[in-house]
Design a protein around this ligand. Sequence first.
Ligand code: TXA
Ligand code: MG
Length: 507
Amino acid sequence: MKTIIEKLDENQIDEDILAKAGEILKQGGLVAFPTETVYGLGANALDEEAAKKIYAAKGRPSDNPLIVHIADVEALYPIVYDVSDKAKKIIEKFWPGPLTLIFEKSERVPHGTTGGLQTVAVRMPVNAIARELIREGGGYISAPSANTSGRPSPTSAEHVAEDLDGKVEMIIDGGNVDIGVESTILDMTVEPPMILRPGAITREMLEEIIGEVDVDRALIAEDDSQAPKAPGMKYRHYAPKAQLIMVEGETDEVVKAIKQIAYEQTCLGYQVGIIATSETADLYTTGLIKSIGTRNNENSIAKNLYKVLREFDEEEVSYIYSETFAKDGIGDAIMNRLEKAAGHHVIRATDITRLQKYRRVLFVSNSDNCRGPMAAEILRHEDLTQEYKIGSRGLVVLFPEPANQKAEAIMRSQQMTLEAHEATGLAEEDLDEDTLILTFEESQKWKIISDYGNVKNVYTMKEYIDDEREVPSAHGQPLVVYGENFQLLKELIHKLAEKLNEEAKSL
Ligand code: TXA
Ligand code: MG
């Protein structure tokens, strides 16, 4: 089948295109269209044959009921058995909008649409294209998300085309959706009403209008052991090609943990993806990093969620590590979708971060223009199983001078360089828990301790790697002395790398 793709502007809808789309629906065909949540795959909801086509196009199990979309509140009454006062209050407040309500169905709704259930899910979208199309198409349009079953819901017409080109009569391109996660589903056939799927309309928002609202326990469960009440929620909706793992905890701890794993996995030869936020994306150093939005506005995260997951499916990553989000507001829906995609694979950041003792190694000398920068650069060339920021500092640095020229000459003869180096003085903030400080001489160590109090993690190289040899200052000496220093440093730094790697294993 040749799929027609038509662009429509929500603010200026082309009536001819709309009429054509409406005609397809009335004839029992399929039209994908934008809503404010995700794109829907529309068919005439009162026509059982049309419903069958939806299941076929999506490759979706036919016991999974469809949501009937309407354009006007009056359209609700003929298809349901009863509308309670509570339901009326909710409709008054939240329709049109991202909220689906479940009612006892009337005779008019075929079982093909409800997956054999006696209840029907109804939603009135706010998107103008969606509503005009529903009216044109006869008033009752069943519309699951317009993706192949098992893929993330589409939030743009491109996503729809990826999955359904050639399988549907028409795709209406109305640009990117506003919300990005599917509607909240509220079951009005039980008392108190129960949320079967979290979305942009939250429990708090609903409770403000009608009092107590329950949440399907299967949504709160840590795993998939409880069968959810919305049949569609029981499927592991979308399983990314890569293993998705959520990392929870304080944000800075989460970043540390993901950095740490990404580095180690990369060393082992895996490609790693990272779901970051605009606040944290720059902090990562290894892996394919994608920002999903800003933590200042969780709506931006909801909006990009499925797009980012789709993008990762295109990449050859084996693992995706994702930051986690607070479960309030739309965060609840975001976490629900992410946890499902991860198959509930969640790890605690601190379980990872406690496995790495140091994250930074600083070599401290007197003037930071020779031994220190050489040692740092040599260590950067070692194979380390964990990631460290590696640098050097001086105890008496008056201005940011470049590295000693003889040191640089020796380094160059070894295919390394200190070109970018500028001498930097040691400062209080360098002495944090995460930093290993190594001095070349005993006196340097004691100077640090006397200047800053009894700081942790300050050792002489000798003491730390348990080697008698000391690297003397080559200041004012001929080039050969620098060369000898280099050789000695190389041996000692190699021992240091082994010690760091050994320590990583034993933690
Ligand atoms: O935001 C949305 O709701 C989007 C857009 C296109 O409107 N639609 C959507 O449809 O997400 P779909 O088919 O992907 O998800 C419908 C969910 C499924 O989990 C299904 O099991 C549940 O609604 N559902 C439908 N009818 C139901 C019923 N009578 N009782 C319980 N759950 C029902
Ligand atoms: Mg869906």
